[in-house]
Each structure stands twice: as structure tokens, then as C-alpha cells.
Design a protein around this ligand. Sequence first.
Ligand code: IPM
Ligand code: MG
Length: 353
Amino acid sequence: MKYKITLLPGDGIGPEVIAEAVRALEAVAGKFGHTFAFTERLMGGCSIDKFGSSLTDETLADCQAADAVLLGAVGGPKWDDPNAKDRPERGLLALRKGLGVFANLRPVKVHPALIDSSPLKPEKLAGVDILVVRELTGGLYFGLPKGREMKDGRERAVDTLEYYDYEIRRALNLAFKLAAERKKKVASVDKANVLESSRLWRQIAVQVGKEHPDITLEHVLVDTAAMRLITAPAHMDVIVTENMFGDILTDEASVLAGSMGMLPSASLGESGPGLYEPIHGSAPDIAGKGIANPLGAILSAALLLRYSLHLETEAAALEKAADEAIAAGARTADLGGTLTTRQMADEIIRRLS
Ligand code: IPM
Ligand code: MG
């Protein structure tokens, strides 16, 4: 089969890790007899530099016309001016919105060989296998009004946390569907003791829960969830939550896996191409050194194979190769090793079978 994949390497270490994810995908294509047609486009700070816009209409159209989109990372100190009209992150949010990818899946698994890479006690980490479903196109990131003004001689800023029922329901529906294939446990995370939007969230979670009597639903306040993620992570299965809570909790959860560089993500909508990106940022401090961990990007490519191309065997083969490379001791600097980005990818690619 032939598939169209749009690449958005982005800024910082983005291009370095995407280059390795592409090599991994090409190796998969060779082994399994597929053709991947890659189109590379600029998005983020690099696009601001070249086109004056973090996401151009042409790039968005290319992404919408693809079977899937693979993204590296965006942002960096160069584009951090708080008064700038455009920012790399704006491009990313516009892309998520433009693709309608309302749910961001962030699996957090602890590889047994990496238990010592995490600052948590080993006994807490055994068996951790969490899937965070983060609502991605609503909430504080997008709600209006948003902005700054002078009011009564004072500077004022506002962001709006807004949710419609259907936005909450579709994220929860997906979380329950995914939980059915796992340990059948959903933790719906909110702040219903304080926030109106969270009370609506919880009401809908209860409704969706009733449609899935075989799945255990628990409501967890976000502050408690943050604590449980490090005190009892092995008891968690699927976590579903609003955009901002999900952003924060997944950085926290990445600590369980030993390094933020390990974690992939898949952003999915009702239909159309999915968006795949490692959860790490552009890491300007190590950009250009060739030492970034390519695992997050390569495992994102595996999710791309699974969810957008429906190539489960290929996805599982790539994940297995990555698992085996880690088990054999392959480590980049973030995991205390000495392998370069490319060498780490080589360790995975040669184990593909
Ligand atoms: C993430 C990132 C982004 C987000 C930033 C870069 C806008 O932190 O994907 O988790 O907050 O969604
Ligand atoms: Mg984040």
C-alpha cells in the first residue's frame, strides 16, 4: 500500500528526531512492502522565519490532505518575545484545531530496564501502564475572550476555560472505547469542587459511564490525580481529562518512564489524518548536537502506523524493536547512556523483524 505522510520537523531537536523516525518508517516500509510518500513542510519558529507565519494555509492544506502528519517539536528562545504577534506554539494549536484532532493519546509505559532511570522508587514503578487521553482542541487553550488590556490603570490578562458538552463527550467516548481493550478502568480527572466547566465534565462522564457498565469509572480531582501519579501509578489505567490538566499531568507522568524523551503521542479526530508527535519540546539546549533521544518520535511513528494507517502488525514490530533495544542496554544521554540520536535509531532499526 502507498501512504502520504506530511512531516513537520519543526524547531530545535525536532528535525533530528524526525529524521530518525523517517528512517524507521522507511525500514518498516521495506520489510512489509509499503510505500510512504513523505512531504516535508515548515511549521513553528522555522515557518515564522521563512514565511512570517507559524502555520501557513498551504502547510495546513498539505497536512489535511495527507494520511497522517508526523511532527517533531516547535518553539525556542528566539521566538519567545511576549509581545510577538505570532509564536511557534500558535502554529501547533492552529494545526490541532485545523485537523480537528480533539483527543491526544499519551501512553506511559515503564520499561523494566529503565526503572532505575526514574527518580521514583522502583517498587512504585513495576507494571505501570497508563494511557492519558487529553482533550486537545478546547478549554483554556482556545476559549474566548483571551487577551490583555489596561483597565482602571492596571494591566489585566484573561484566558477563558470553556467547554461544550459535545467536546467533553467525544473525548470521554474515546477514552471508554480504549479502556474496553485495556484494564477497563477510566479515571476522569477534573476540578469539579471549584470549576463550572469541570462540573459539566463530570456530569457527562457520569452519563457516558452509564453507557459502559463493564468499565469502572472513577472521578479524580486533578490535584489528587497529580499526587496519585507518583504515589500509586501502577493502579491507574486510562486517564481522561481536559486540555490544560492533560498537558501538566503528562509531563509529570513522563518522569515514570525515565525520560520525557521516551514518550510518544497520537492526536486523533472523528476522521481525517491523525497528528503524531513526541511529547517532549524542542530542547534548545541540546539542539544540533545529535544526542536527543529519538524514541519519542519513533514510537510516535509506531502510533501513526497503528491509528492512521491501520497497520497493527507493523506498529507492534516497531514497538517491539524499540523495547528490545532498550532491554539490550541502548541508551541516549537523557537515559544516562552515550549513544547518539542516530546510533539509538540504528539499534532499533536493526532489530526490526
Ligand atoms: C505539549 C506542549 C504544547 C501544549 C505546547 C508546545 C503548546 O506542551 O504538546 O504538551 O501545551 O500542548
Ligand atoms: Mg506539554
